[in-house]
Design a protein around this ligand. Sequence first.
Ligand code: NG6
Ligand code: CA
Length: 517
Amino acid sequence: MKSITQISSFLSLVFLLGCHSNKINPNDKPNIIIIYTDDLGYGDVSAYQKGILNTPNIDKLANEGIKFTNGYSSSATCSPSRYALLTGTYPWRKAGLRVITGGGLSIDTLKMTIPKMLKLSGYHTGIVGKWHLGLGKGSDKYGKGMDYNSLIYPGPNQLGFDYSHIMPDTQDRVPTVYIENGMLVNSDPNDPLEVHFKNNFEGEPTGKDNPELLTMRWEHGHNASIVNGIPRIGYMRGGKRARWSDIDMADHFLNKAQKFIKLNKSKPFFLYYALQQPHVPRTPHPRFEGKSGMGPRGDVIVEADWCIGEFYKTLESEGLLENTLIIFSSDNGPVLNDGYYDDAVEKLGDHTPSGGLRGGKYSLFEAGTRVPFIAYWKGKIKSNISDEIISQVDLFNSISSIVGSSLKSKDGIDLSNLIIDNKGRGRDELILEASTRTAYRNGDWVMIPPYHGKEIAKNVNIELGNSKEFKLYNLKKDPSQKNDLSKSNPKKLKEMISNFIIIRGKNFSNIKDLVLE
Ligand code: NG6
Ligand code: CA
């Protein structure tokens, strides 16, 4: 009998050890923070590519946490990526979702989101920074009909955020104001804010007609209203007191993020801290000017890295690091000239923002969506490098599992074991997206279907991934996608196309072109 008891306790011990995981007790809910940069490339973080540009604070998260080398944003542009990040749904499922310019809220308020899921799990939720998912009920396509002077509804607070302090679209789009919990910050009833995306307001200067007023010159687009000497996309009038200061934006968002943490540290919180750098217009605070030797683009990356360091110090001094999961990533790949003369090309030197990947922002090639992707949790996540495939669309399911919620999104995979313990496999397959075009990754292989349109976007000088023919690459052997294997490996191509169709289904408008004879 004794031996049976011994055997059974030995077996339970083996069972317990076998099941041992670093999994979190759902009663100890960790704080969750997503730090999200705008247009930061795979090679812009020095932990990903040692070089001339240094990002010591992001490197700390990467080197002491888990650094994913095959981490993806869900799109090569901003709004679709942010849509997928918050909903766990691929952006191409929402027909026509592209970069938003003054449009209505792009996520249905009935849809489940990360902040809603976390609220249901007892979290206090907040967003500070760039929103770019639309606001209000929608207006005409030129933004007319949107009233910024009363409650702006619906917005982030209707998608699960208890607190929101946001830039509505981008730093280069009007209105150049902050909105807090649906209200224009520093509004003035005697000077209402008006916005239009087609026609100027009478008598207002523009970048096109008044170059003498500019402190930053536009190169393409960006020639409408002038705010702080910078010409923008779209026209605005009034709201003078509410206009942001571009050079103070980084400090502004940092202060709000720090304040949110200090105010909410006694309960589990979720903070989505969405930095505006290094998107155009690149406006480093004077104390960062010249710091990178690479012009404003490099300087704002140094500035963003500094913000992350300061933010980290706040978590440390508040004693929160051991109970906080930090995810760091970027919404899409890098671009140099995105519409202003700011020396991004001229002063780049030997730095390669894409880290040797092909393409960039807007592209179906890897640099469009392969981005820095880091998970950090002091004392919990061990220092690791993972080559597994992970996408931002997986964050919903993974975070849900970490906090003990049973809610799951449509397209995400629960990769919490990978994130926390570096255990298990990542995704087998993934749909990549760029301006509504889609491609397919499976294991080491990528297949890009044929698409009409220019091969290179001239203004930004980026290869978009458009071609008359299918393209097939093996990323393990050929990370910079130089060798198209579609002709030499028709079997693999056919298999990739069939798998792609299974996910992409009949929604895919090019489907007839995809069936190989
Ligand atoms: C483009 C803008 C570009 C940038 C982008 C959105 C022009 C010519 N180009 O339309 O400057 O604002 O939209 O970038 O206007 S994103 O990162 O928010 O997706
Ligand atoms: Ca972006």
